[in-house]
Design a protein around this ligand. Structure first.
Ligand code: BGC
Ligand code: IFM
Length: 815
């Protein structure tokens, strides 16, 4: 069953009933101010860091799952009845409901008894605030006397502290109200540098800032006292739970529409102007008054919305395609690119599945995310690379995560995930191919964010490989450390004691035995990429060094990492094979199959083909490719967290969508466009829209995981939005299936599309030049003949125009 539809022209997904199988969310904000926004107006907002600057409260993982948000109540003063146009939190029956999730905004509309209301939520570009642009229409034949109530609940900044330290927090909350603006100033006494505010474009009938005054004792959000009685309490919060609620009375003639703008904003002094005067007990309101005045005027709201639209048109305009497949088109042109920006901004921190407290920005994650967004925001990719590299250790190892607010490595998790350093090379290489900006390699970047340790970024890349060379195991393969890409394959964490959890036990191992074939494959690729960087950057000496290392590791992987029909996964702490036909369970894993082929291992001699055939035979299902088989039916302490999951979920044989595109890319490398696109379609959310009751998650974004064939809920998705799947599927579809990819010397056009496609057209903006590409089939193969501005060229790389032209016309014929 479907719960909505794609409005492809408008770049919106339209949800037509509020009781979706899961909260179907969107994100607002794409610079510093961010919010999660569900289709029923749930979710919270934060500034830069979902943990350290949480502005409002949402109650995730609650009953129902999505609770607390940006709520509006519409009350009919004639009979005292009321409803929420977003369905939540009143949840009464609506006569009409829709939510249009668009690019950086959502419009949620509801109608009841002839009163239609709609709110457009968004964050203007360049501002630290969100707008709730509300309109209400009286569709009745007689006048309506209405009360509108808005409410947001403030979080006391640090989301972790807010959730746990209420013995203190119940006594710290403070607000001020001036000129009908509610200022939330908890902590202002000591910090004097930040506050939030809530304002409205209309004259207020009343307000509330104390949650219990608004709700009334022992009442819930579905039936607040203020709304039921039609009267706010004009309360001032002293401790407890500060909120911001406005009450506006309206009298609407038949057919009349009124618009009210609510604005929730945040102010934080710039770093160099940290604090307001020491004894200041009242906040420095003049800092935000011009902004408040600006957005109380609907004209400025319209202009801000137009600017937001324009921003997204520009970003998405970098790649637009028209193929015979509607799912490919809408994912590439709109939703997958949009999801890539969300993973860039949010990493893995804040979603329906992530609390915003547990995870900062991942080193491996953010480097991989770059593959999906560098073409849209190259300057921001540059900064991200420098921030990531600054958390690397002098050894070349890296913190696994860093906190976006402080940009410092996270000590709780530490380092020792031995795949991490390689991803920096892959991220930087992609940045260079996209932008040609080699100046980044000379940027001075510290180790472990320690002043005085700065070296050029290029040296960081060299240290990444040095770290791998310093951590080689008994078979000559890279040591796995805490884990590799598969966070849950914890081969150095074991204990003989029954009932021990997967946590690393001190002294259990020296970590010098367990090896990863996957990192072996990854290292072959990263060495080749580093050789490519060195060549393009004019460092010929290094080219040979890294190509030799790639060659050597390639040989080691074939010698010690090949199981006969597929690539092995690892050697455990006892030197025993993992991912081998010799194992009883976990005989074959997906990661090394896809990745070794991407690295070029065995492509010439047929082993690569064998490995991918084994994937097809043992791992492929109609819902996607599972991570390994057979699933672990019991807990193996020597394997760690992977076997803690029941069969078919997450890393224990779930369909981990993130590495499906590795196989998709691998299939294109071997020239098999049919198989590649078929795998793509299996996990593609749009193609799964019809089975929403099974899939459950949003049909417009990829999920991290779909339950595998061993799970009772095979086909059910979890962890939507924030996943490496976003970048990798985008990269697989655009750069490998459609074959349009950035190279040092130009734009490659080398499609490997399904045989049934007669071609496609695309526009790709690359280094400021628009490439208009048209691909036609003259035969069923993948051989490409290119004509550029009417002239045939050799090879598949279209160079940038020498005459400074801003457009290039490319015609490709496949035979
Ligand atoms: C995995 C989770 C795991 C977590 C912590 C994640 O990357 O997907 O299943 O619980 O890492 O190890
Ligand atoms: O590789 C990881 C990623 O860093 C976070 N999500 C899960 C993946 C597999 O464990």
């Amino acid at each position: 069953m479907k719960y909505g539809y794609f409005d492809d022209k408008a770049r919106e997904y339209v949800i037509t009933r509020p009781d979706t199988p899961m909260p179907w969310i969107n994100y607002i904000g794409c610079e510093g101010y961010f919010g999660i926004l569900s289709a029923t107006a749930g979710g919270y907002s934060y500034y830069k860091d979902a943990r350290l600057r949480r502005l409002t409260r949402g109650r995730y993982n609650n009953v129902p799952l999505d609770f607390g948000g940006r709520y509006i109540y519409v009350r009919d003063n004639a009979d005292g009845s009321f409803f929420s146009p977003s369905w939540m939190p009143v949840r009464g029956k609506l006569d009409d409901y829709s939510c249009r999730h668009g690019m950086g905004y959502s419009v949620i509309s509801g109608k009841k008894n002839g009163i239609a209301a709609s709110t457009r939520y968004f964050v203007p570009m360049g501002e630290n605030l969100e707008i709730w642009d509300f309109t209400v229409t009286n569709e009745r034949a007689e006048s309506a006397d209405l009360s509108i109530f808005s409410i947001a609940e403030f979080c006391l900044w640090d989301a972790q502290d807010d959730a746990t330290n209420f013995q203190r927090n119940f006594s710290t909350g403070q607000v001020e109200v001036e000129d009908e603006v509610i200022y939330h100033k908890t902590e202002y006494r000591e910090r004097r540098n930040h506050f939030a505010w809530f304002a409205c474009s209309e004259k207020l009938t009343g307000f509330d800032t104390q949650r219990e005054a608004f709700l009334g004792p022992w009442r819930g959000w579905e039936d607040p006292k203020a709304v039921a009685e039609g009267k706010s309490g004009d309360s001032i919060a002293h401790g407890w739970q500060p909120v911001a609620s406005n009450h506006i009375k309206l009298s609407l003639k038949p057919g009349e529409t009124r618009r009210i703008v609510f604005v929730l904003g945040y102010h934080e002094n710039p770093r160099d102007q940290k604090f307001d005067p020491p004894n200041s007990q009242t906040i420095n309101k003049k800092l935000v008054k011009p902004t408040i005045a600006k957005f109380r005027d609907p004209k400025n709201v319209d202009a801000a919305f137009a600017a937001l639209k324009e921003n997204w048109d520009t970003l998405l305009g970098k790649i637009q395609v028209q193929t015979p497949d509607v799912h490919t088109d809408r994912m590439v042109n709109v939703w997958n690119a949009y999801q890539c920006m969300a993973t860039f901004n949010m990493s893995r921190s804040a979603s329906t599945f992530e609390s915003g407290i547990g995870r900062g920005l991942g080193f491996r994650d953010s480097n991989q995310d770059l593959l999906g967004f560098v073409h849209m925001v190259p300057e921001r990719a540059r900064q991200r690379i420098l921030d990531l590299a600054a958390t690397q250790f002098a050894s070349g190892g890296a913190y696994h995560q860093y906190q976006p607010m402080t940009k410092k490595g996270n000590n709780d998790i530490g380092g020792g995930f031995n795949d991490d350093p390689h991803w920096l090379i892959i991220g930087v290489a992609q940045y260079l191919k996209e932008t040609g900006d080699f100046s980044i390699l000379d940027e001075k970047v510290p180790f472990d964010t320690t002043p005085g340790t700065e070296v050029p970024l290029y040296e960081h890349l060299r240290r990444s490989i040095q770290y791998a060379l310093d951590n080689i195991g008994p078979h000559g393969l890279p040591l796995i450390g805490q884990a590799d890409w598969n966070d849950c394959l914890n081969l150095n964490c074991f204990s003989d004691e029954p009932g021990q959890s997967f946590q690393c036990l001190k002294g259990a191992t020296d970590g010098k035995t367990a090896e990863s074939v996957f990192i072996g494959g990854l290292m072959v690729l990263s060495c080749k990429e580093l050789a490519g960087v060195a060549k393009a950057a004019g460092k010929p000496g290094d080219v040979e060094t890294y190509l030799e290392l790639a060659q050597k590791m390639d040989e080691t992987v074939r010698k010690h990492g090949w199981d006969g029909e597929w690539f092995l996964r690892a050697y455990d702490n006892f030197g025993k094979k993992i991912g081998s036909h010799e194992n009883e369970e976990g005989k074959i894993y997906i990661e090394p199959q896809g990745f070794c082929v991407i690295a070029g291992i065995g492509v010439e001699d047929g082993t690569a083909r064998k490995a991918l055939d084994s994937v097809n035979k043992h791992l492929a299902t109609k819902h996607g490719i599972v991570l390994q088989q057979p699933a672990y039916t019991r807990y193996y302490i020597e394997l760690g967290e992977i076997s803690s999951y029941p069969p078919g979920y997450k890393e224990n044989a779930g369909i981990f969508c993130h590495n499906n595109p590795w196989v998709i890319i691998a299939e294109t490398i071997l020239g098999n466009g049919d198989q590649a696109h078929d795998y793509y379609t299996r996990i593609c959310p749009s193609a799964r829209e019809e089975i929403s009751d099974l899939h459950k998650n949003e049909p417009y974004v990829f999920s991290q995981m779909i339950a595998g064939k061993d799970a009772p809920t095979h086909g059910e998705a979890k962890n939507s939005w924030l996943t490496g799947t976003a970048a990798w599927t985008f990269f697989a579809a655009t750069a490998y299936i459609l074959g349009i990819r950035a190279e040092y010397d130009g734009l490659r056009v080398q499609p490997v599309i399904p045989k049934a496609w007669d071609g496609f057209t695309a526009t790709r903006v690359f280094r400021g030049v628009t490439f208009d590409i048209s691909v036609k089939r003259a035969g069923k193969g993948n051989r490409v003949a290119l004509t550029v501005d009417g002239k045939a060229i050799d090879g598949t790389i279209v160079p940038l125009p020498k005459d400074g032209a801003k457009t290039v016309k490319v015609e490709a014929v496949l035979s």
